[in-house]
Design a protein around this ligand. Structure first.
Ligand SMILES: [Ca+2]
Ligand SMILES: [Ca+2]
Length: 584
């Protein structure tokens, strides 16, 4: 750090207030729980808080609710203004501190799920509407499989996974699945303002279906025959150069910028260099193909029967592969020790079986779905302190909800209780002022979104509101009720406080705002300190709030907390669509 930077750093620190009120910047639904959080770096004891309306009139005065300190907040109070239901713009004041604008609006979430799609379109491989040209158009060449190594397979398409350009069926199938599910349950939440290539202009199809179809077509290419199931495109040789997708010069052994390496599922540990994964079968990937294709086949039955018929056949074939080869097909490491370490597969087969039952009405699939569900009732990170990278994935198990949709009586109660057990395990850890009980491992925002989604699904399935405050706290956290006061989705809301320096070469070199991107989110400070090759490029504007057990940096150099993530962004689409559609 040079001397000038040190001076700027000192000034920024001196100017930072030591007490703040954090709010959900996107806004509060009139009938939802409404809580702001007061955080002070010092020990202080305010008594009442007041809410004033746009004309400055006091509309509510209440006692603060004390809470256990959390992270940098030595003093934490919850400011519960749930009784205020009238739409409007307000401010909250306590102890000489005033909040950012507080919005109460029926339509607080309208359009929010569509905003996520800006980032999805920006991440496209094949034709990319930001660059207005095809990117990564030559994929790919099979590696790591003695029978087919060296074979070219046309698999251009899909989405770059994050700010690197690797592509995974694991994350892409889940992203596609969740977008289809969001459209099925909340079609009214989505608009039609873009065409199938992602360019501005209506095409008669909801934009979320345009995006899901972009994913589906890539997934069909990645599972071209019953004996060829591909899992990953590219590896961390991608990280050698920090360049744009249009000029990606990664070299997979046959020249810079040529075809990328294509990894099949093999059922055996994989890794071309020093590190190996722990792959043991096909089912984690096969189950995801099956569920995504089966749900899509149902949705396209009327509008595109030929495509629906093809998807049905691929869904049945994928599920059969998963049955034959139980176990996980993990991400393949390259030269670094980081890879997607998915250790569970019964969740994926459960979801596949549930969707195949919905599609075929063959009761064998429902029985198998229930059997798989009983083998992992609770997604194991719920209630845990830590987990390996993407060890329990998807972050929440949509299979329980999908069984509930098609099952009856006692079976519906069984799967609702599975969700309840997971929610209880997180809530037991959430006695702090932010009511947050997730572990702050890498990609904590995905855990936050999935906890809220599971709580929402449980509430919808049972009418039981006992987790409602925690569901809302997780949503609020994502939109600014966190120690840093930062919305974790870029551009939501457009006048809010959100990341200006995400870890992204596209944002940096193209000078574009990555609207709609969900960031990785805060991590344990112990994780941040131990990551390889990580450093901040500028003074940390949030330094006073990075003194606790978790950290977040709005800095292009922090790939652990400030990198946008494709699957997390898509995963959030269901929850935001449901919140936009909250009367139904
Ligand atoms: Ca459209
Ligand atoms: Ca899994």
């Amino acid at each position: 750090m040079n001397v000038i930077a040190l001076v700027v750093f000192a000034q920024a620190a001196a100017a930072s207030p030591s007490s703040v009120i954090r709010v959900n910047q996107l806004g509060y639904l009139p009938d939802a729980p409404k809580v702001a959080v007061f955080c002070s770096l010092e020990k202080i004891e305010p008594r009442d808080f007041v809410v004033t309306d746009a004309s400055g009139r006091t509309v509510l005065q209440r006692a603060v609710t004390s809470a256990r300190p959390f992270g940098p907040c030595a003093t934490n109070y919850r400011l519960d203004f749930s009784s205020l239901k009238k739409a409007g713009m307000y401010r909250i004041s306590v102890g000489g501190v005033t909040s950012p604008p507080v919005r109460i609006r029926e339509d607080a979430y309208v359009g929010a799920a569509d905003t996520l799609l800006y980032y999805m379109r920006e991440q496209r491989s094949g034709y990319n509407p930001l660059f207005k040209t095809a990117v990564h158009a030559h994929d790919g060449i099979v590696v790591d499989d003695s029978a087919r190594a060296g074979k070219f397979v046309p698999v251009t398409g899909g989405w770059a996974d994050a700010s690197d350009y690797l592509q995974y069926v694991m994350t892409s199938a889940n992203a596609t699945y969740v977008m289809l599910m969001a459209y099925r349950d909340h079609p009214g939440a989505f608009a039609d303002q873009f065409d199938s290539r992602g360019l501005a202009g209506k095409n008669g199809t909801a934009d979320i279906l345009d995006e899901a179809r972009h994913g589906l077509e890539w997934l069909v290419r990645m599972f071209p025959s019953d004996s060829e199931m591909y899992n990953q495109l590219g590896d961390d040789r991608d990280h050698t150069y920090w360049d744009l997708p249009t000029t990606d010069s990664a070299d997979y052994g046959w020249g810079k910028g040529k075809e990328r390496a294509l990894y099949p599922c093999t059922g055996k540990p994989q890794g071309l260099f020093k590190y190996k994964n722990r792959s043991s079968g096909f089912a984690s990937t096969a189950g995801k193909y099956a569920s995504t294709f089966a749900l899509a086949s149902l949705l396209y039955g009327k509008s595109d029967p030929a495509f629906a018929s093809k998807l049905r056949a691929r869904a049945l074939a994928a599920y059969a592969v998963g049955k034959k080869f139980p176990g996980v097909c993990q991400g393949a490491p390259g030269r670094a020790p980081y890879f997607y370490e998915e250790d569970n597969w019964t969740d994926d087969m459960e979801l596949g079986a549930a969707e195949l039952y919905a599609l075929t009405r063959d009761r064998r699939y429902l029985r198998e779905a229930l059997d798989y569900a009983s083998r992992e009732p609770v997604t194991p990170w719920f209630g845990a302190d830590t987990a390996r990278h993407y060890q329990w994935y998807p972050w929440h198990n949509n299979g329980h909800y999908e069984i509930w949709r098609v099952a009856s009586g006692a079976d519906r109660k069984i799967v609702a209780d599975y969700y309840k057990r997971g929610l209880q395990a997180v809530v037991r850890r959430a006695d702090n002022g932010f009511r947050i009980g997730i572990p702050f491992i890498w990609c904590s925002n995905n855990l936050m979104a999935s906890f809220a989604t599971q709580a929402y699904l449980y509430r919808r399935m049972t009418g039981d509101n006992q987790f409602r405050e925690y569901e809302q706290s997780a949503i609020d956290w994502l939109f600014g009720t966190n120690p840093w006061g930062v919305s974790m989705v870029i551009g939501l809301p457009h006048d809010g406080t959100f990341a200006r320096d995400p870890h992204s070469v596209v944002a940096k070199e193209m000078h574009v705002e990555l609207t709609g991107a969900l960031l990785d989110g805060p991590v344990y400070s112990s994780i941040y300190r131990n990551l390889l090759g990580i450093s901040l490029h500028e003074p940390d504007e949030y330094a006073p709030f990075n003194t606790g057990f978790i950290v977040y940096h709005d800095d292009v150099g922090d790939y652990s907390t400030n990198e946008p993530i494709m699957d997390g962004t898509a995963n959030l689409s269901y929850l935001l669509a449901a919140l936009a559609d909250h009367h139904h």
